[in-house]
Design a protein around this ligand. Structure first.
Ligand code: GAF
Length: 381
């Protein structure tokens, strides 16, 4: 996909989807691989020129209707921090931004690990770029949105969400190398995968990556990564590291760091396996990699919760399910399931009934077709 300026017919309403990650969790801030896809939930941004100031409104997010004028709006700790953060990054590029009013709405489930935040950031960026008549590539858009989240919102996320929300194309997963941002679109309809669907199960346990757990995991990984780099100067980051190297450093790092690094190193290998399985259309191998990924998150990365473990374990006992795992930042949110299309309805009903019986909570389940990212949606509009 080319820069935004290649889109001749800039409209005033812009959309950016959410995402679900099929595999490659917590690998996107240590130079690793990820395999997400965009989902058919989206944020819409409607931009109008205004006489003065910068105004952001929404009637959708958490039922709030909030208006802020200016990029110096106080941080609120809710949805408006994301577009304000984006505006600050657009201004930091030195672009002249005339006054505007931006209305944001959407249906990406909030706090569910489906990237409602990146969806808001990217929709805002695309709308503002059109408003000011400037162009950025998909990489620049993703990095700008990540900076907005890291610097202004204060959440230490990696690059996966912003990248896939910007650059995904329908019918495909996106294999992204987060070290150099090289990527490949992998079709999800070859071989047995043609008869499969992605079903997302929402535990309704909310998570936030701005709370301490995500940052703690990052610090634990950095300790292990530093030890490996010191012992093996050729290793740039955990994306290069091997289990042999980690084992050699085991006694010099805390036990938690060892486990977190073990997850990341083995997860990068599982992403490679999964990408090959996807190319062969091998649903069994893809599902198997997903199941092993969940076990690694539960036991080594330790970012799961009992509700999510239950959903993943129950899913794989149901007919037609090839694999199930925790998706996204963790500590709640959703599982992603690879299910035979013919079995999806019975799968959804049985999983929801089992979860309700166990926790007294009604989960939501969504069939997610791999969807277009923001730039492809713009081009097709
Ligand atoms: C969250 C973050 F925003 C991503 O960057 C990524 O680290 C993910 O958690 C875990 O894989 O979605």
């Amino acid at each position: 996909m080319g820069p935004l300026e290649s889109v001749a017919h800039c409209t005033k309403r812009f959309t950016a989807p959410g995402r679900v990650n099929l595999l490659g969790e917590h690998t996107d801030y240590t130079g690793g691989l990820v395999l997400p896809m965009a989902i058919p939930f989206a944020t819409t941004a409607l931009v109008h020129a205004a006489h003065s100031g910068y105004t952001f409104t929404s009637t959708a997010f958490d039922g709030a209707h909030e208006t802020f004028a200016g990029d110096d709006a106080p941080k609120t700790g809710n949805w408006s921090d994301y577009p304000v953060g984006v505006l600050r990054e657009v201004l930091a590029l030195g672009f002249d931004v005339p006054p505007f009013s931006l209305q944001l709405d959407g249906n990406v489930p909030l706090g569910a690990g489906l990237s409602s935040s990146a969806s808001i950031e990217v929709a805002t960026t695309v709308a503002l770029l059109c408003h000011i008549g400037k162009s950025l590539t998909e990489k620049q858009i993703a990095l700008l949105c990540q900076r907005a989240e890291n610097r202004y919102v204060g959440s230490p996320c990696g690059i996966m969400d912003q990248f896939v929300v910007t650059a995904a194309i329908a019918g495909h997963a996106l294999l992204l190398n987060t070290r150099d941002l090289s990527f490949e679109h992998l079709p999800m309809n070859s071989g047995a995968l043609a008869g499969c669907s992605i079903v997302v199960a929402n535990s309704m346990v909310k998570h936030s990556i701005a709370n301490g757990d995500y940052g703690t995991r990052r610090r634990e990984l950095e300790i292990g990564q530093t030890a490996i780099r010191e012992a093996y100067p050729d290793v740039r980051d955990l994306g290069d590291a091997t289990m042999h190297q980690l084992e050699a450093c085991r006694t010099s790092i805390p036990a938690e760091s060892y486990l977190r690094c073990k997850h990341v190193i083995t997860e990068n290998a599982r992403v490679r396996e999964a990408a090959e399985a996807m190319k062969r259309g091998d649903a069994t191998a893809l599902g198997d990699a997903m199941n092993r990924s969940h076990a690694s998150q539960r036991d080594d990365f330790q970012d799961s919760v009992p509700e999510i473990d239950f959903l993943a374990a129950a899913a794989v006992t149901l007919p037609g399910c090839y694999g199930a795992r925790l998706t996204g930042g963790g500590f709640g949110g959703c599982t992603v399931n690879l299910v035979e299309t013919a079995a999806t309805e019975s799968f959804q009903n049985a999983l929801a009934a089992a979860y309700r019986d166990r926790f007294g909570i009604t989960p939501e389940t969504y069939i997610c077709t791999p969807s277009d990212g923001a730039l492809a949606q713009l081009e097709n509009s």
